[in-house]
Design a protein around this ligand. Structure first.
Ligand code: ADP
Length: 236
């Protein structure tokens, strides 16, 4: 019998309600398979940050189920969620979140801090990850000595060094000029072609429209999904 591969992200009837009540997410069904490159796109207030927190296992839904790499988030303790994030999810943020006093290798090797990898191997893997994002010539530069685009590439290397199942990129070009933003998006494409599952969260339609799948949000709900997955195949 053929077994369907485990989705990287699986939300079923997921809702998030803040006191008020504010219905930040309403009854979301979303399945993302391994190897996809998609945008979660919508205007300010549509629920994107809430989705990022839920998919990134930084928050739990009020109701419904959320599975990331096959693990049901609602059943895990905070410590288990931290371990899930360390093993399965890489984060890229609009403002890079790099340590300004540490060089590129140290910033990237920090991405393996919670994976129990010895320092020497962490640094070796960091160098390889930096070469992957074409920063092999900037290994000992600190963030203030790098351009915005280079900083974001260091942040992408840090997110990837642990070989996560999912790369979550929150407005990854939002702080960059157009040319640097294009280089970062090309890099995300290239990493996806090499197998990384990538979810870009953005308010920018132009960025979303360049990606193979767009899931559009408005008022906490999905209003369209350019690539709703086919229903499960039946084998006779
Ligand atoms: P986006 O990232 O698309 O701008 P958000 O997910 O930040 O959207 O917000 C969705 C809705 O939830 C908005 O109406 C926002 O005001 C509300 N919201 C977000 N976080 C909180 C919170 N911690 N408490 C109450 N309301 C919140």
């Amino acid at each position: 019998m053929n077994e369907e591969p485990t989705p990287v992200i699986e939300l079923r009837g997921a809702s998030k309600t803040y006191p008020g009540p504010v219905h930040a997410l309403r009854d979301i069904d979303l399945t993302v398979g391994a190897g996809e490159l998609l945008a979660i796109v919508g205007p300010s207030g549509s629920g994107k940050s809430t989705m990022l927190n839920i998919i990134g296992t930084l928050d739990r839904p009020t109701s419904g189920t959320v599975r990331v790499a096959g693990h049901e988030v609602g059943t895990l303790t905070d410590a288990q969620l931290s371990a899930l994030r360390a093993q399965h999810i890489g984060f890229v943020f609009q403002h890079f979140h790099l340590a300004p006093g540490r060089d590129a290798v140290d910033n990237v090797s920090d991405g393996l801090l919670y994976a129990g990898v010895p320092l020497k191997e962490r640094r070796a893997r960091a160098r390889t990850a930096l070469e992957r994002v074409r920063l092999g010539h900037r290994l000992s530069h600190r963030p203030p000595e790098l351009s915005g685009g280079e900083r974001q590439r260091v942040a992408i290397a840090r997110a990837l060094v642990g070989e996560p199942d999912l790369l979550l990129a929150d407005e990854p070009t939002g702080a960059l000029d157009t040319a640097s933003g294009a280089i970062v998006m090309e890099l995300l494409y290239e990493l996806n072609t090499a197998g990384t599952t990538i979810c870009v969260i953005t308010h920018d339609n132009e960025i979303a429209d360049a990606l193979p799948r767009r899931v559009r949000f408005r008022d906490g709900g999905v209003v369209s999904d350019s690539h709703a997955p086919a229903p499960p195949r039946e084998f006779s």
